[in-house]
Design a protein around this ligand. Structure first.
Ligand code: FDA
Ligand code: NAD
Length: 433
């Protein structure tokens, strides 16, 4: 039997949840929309998994963080989908997609057809086994993408009291997981190849603050090398991490966060790609008629910088999903919506720290504020200046109003006459815009 729907979303993550809400706002009729997800739960706010989900006390659990609570919206419980007549196919992985025939097949042998498809398959983790790292399939080496991964990790943290944890990778996962493991009283060592953490976004000065703060919390940081092998005990559980520089670290738990890759293999050769993602226009329409792509998988026009980008962050997942749903409904009645005009927004939280970044991290940088990791209330930031204009702004420890101010600066791109004066003015420069 073939399940037929007017609209199908493949993927049941952040984008799917926000798209579903927008479909309902746009007037989708009961029975018209299905979401097919390989996860066993309704769409949820994925960022919780590396933060409150792993807290030692009162950890966050579903149904507490289903979409769309992460942006202050209504929490869409599984019942919401049934009330609206949206069919949720959970624990259902699509294993083949024929975009020309508008036909999907699942691993459990179900068949689906549709008029309009939204691809929202997100990213998959890059594994150390992908690079042939010896011993990388030992037990207690964890990755974190889905709620199932978080459950396994949580269980290991509880089981291995006072354990030694090695965190491989100095990006988002590396920084957020190291902090939460420390909160669980583990002995934590981070290892990453670059000269400082989060090099894709942080300047060396920003990174120095977080590295100092983490060191003060008792986290060991080893930079400039990578894990090249693991040894295991007789139960197959990881015991040691071998580093390229010859050092060997004891480990009861290893967490790997060495990046993600968009899950687009189902569509290879059927749809145009760009920068590793599925190429879309400003309405998230792909090169194939009636097929849209949103969230981590979409490479889209970034109007503000006259560029095309792929963004692996939750704010874009939410907004691209809403944009696509609006565009689909407008197209159904021969209308159009405004072009997507996205201001990149990334954030992270760990310990008592919280930063936000808006805009583009290109050009020269100006640091302002108190970035002493030993301060009782550190608050500092950085502006990025390109061709005499502020194009990006970062702020640690900002209030909601201050964060709004840096977002406004990044959007407005004001001219800067004197870089030294900008450093002195710091946040008050943003507050004037
Ligand atoms: P998302 O990954 O949310 O959903 C994809 C869904 O598709 C999954 O349910 C998956 O199982 C399903 N799927 C894939 N292939 C399928 C198939 N063939 N058949 C059926 N289903 C399939 N960002 C940020 O800005 N701030 C933050 O603090 C964080 N924190 C954070 C923590 C952790 C642990 C992760 C992994 C990621 C973040 N992110 C983040 C990034 C953010 O969560 C991410 O950009 C969005 O979830 C992307 O939304 P998507 O809907 O594109 O993919
Ligand atoms: P990332 O790209 O942020 O960081 C990857 C890091 O891996 C690099 O910075 C580098 O330090 C390290 N690395 C690369 N190769 C390595 C190797 N061989 N050995 C050791 N280290 C190596 O990716 P991530 O931290 O894995 O995050 C995965 C995804 O989840 C991304 O899409 C990210 O945006 C998302 N995420 C976002 C947030 C947030 O926005 N706050 C939080 C968690 C996860």
């Amino acid at each position: 039997m073939v399940h037929s729907f007017k609209y199908i979303i493949i993927g049941g993550g952040v984008s799917a949840g926000y798209a579903a809400r927008e479909f309902v706002k746009q007037g989708v009729h009961p029975g018209e929309l299905a979401i097919i997800s390989k996860e066993a739960v309704a769409p949820y706010e994925r960022p919780a998994l590396s933060k409150a989900y792993l807290f030692p006390e009162s950890p966050a659990r579903l149904p507490g963080f289903h979409t769309c609570v992460g942006s202050g919206g209504e929490r869409l419980l599984p019942e919401w989908y049934s009330e609206k007549g949206i069919q949720l196919y959970l624990s259902t992985e699509i294993v083949s997609a024929d975009l020309a025939a508008k036909f999907l097949k699942s691993a459990n042998g179900e068949h689906f057809d549709y008029q309009t498809l939204v691809i929202a398959t997100g990213s998959a983790v890059i594994r150390l086994t992908d690079f042939g790292v010896i011993g990388a399939n030992a037990k207690n080496i964890f990755y974190l993408r889905e709620v199932d991964d978080a459950d396994k990790l949580y269980e290991a943290i509880k089981r291995k009291k006072n354990a030694k944890a090695v965190v491989v990778g100095g990006g988002y996962i590396g920084l957020e997981l190291s902090a939460v493991l420390k909160l669980n009283d583990l002995d934590v060592t981070m290892v990453y190849p670059e000269p400082w953490c989060m090099p894709r976004l942080f300047t060396s000065e920003i990174a120095a603050f977080y590295e100092g703060y983490y060191a003060n919390k008792g986290i060991n940081i080893i930079k400039g090398t990578v894990a090249v092998g693991f040894t295991a005990n007789s139960d197959g559980e990881v015991k040691e991490v071998k580093l390229k520089d010859g050092r060997v670290l004891e480990a009861d738990i290893v967490i790997v966060g060495v990046g993600g890759r968009p899950q687009i293999s189902l569509f290879k050769g059927q749809v145009e790609e760009q920068h590793g993602g599925i190429k879309t226009d400003s309405f998230f329409k792909t090169s194939v008629p009636d097929v849209y792509a949103v969230g981590d998988v979409a490479t889209f026009p970034l109007k503000l910088y006259n560029d095309v980008r792929r963004v692996e962050h939750v704010d874009h997942a939410r907004k691209s999903a809403e944009q696509a749903a609006k565009a689909i409904f407008a197209a159904d009645v021969g209308k159009s919506v405004e072009e997507y005009d996205y201001l990149p927004y990334f954030y992270s939280r760990s310990f008592d720290l919280s930063w936000q970044f808006y805009g583009d991290n290109v050009g020269e940088t100006v640091l302002f504020g108190d970035n002493d990791p030993a301060s009782s209330k550190p608050k500092f930031g950085t502006y990025w200046i390109k061709e005499g204009k502020v194009v990006g702004a970062f702020l640690e420890g900002g209030t909601p109003d201050e964060n709004k101010a840096i977002a406004k600066v990044a959007r407005a791109k004001p001219a800067v006459e004197d870089v030294n004066q900008l450093a002195e003015e710091g946040l008050s420069f943003a507050s004037k815009i």
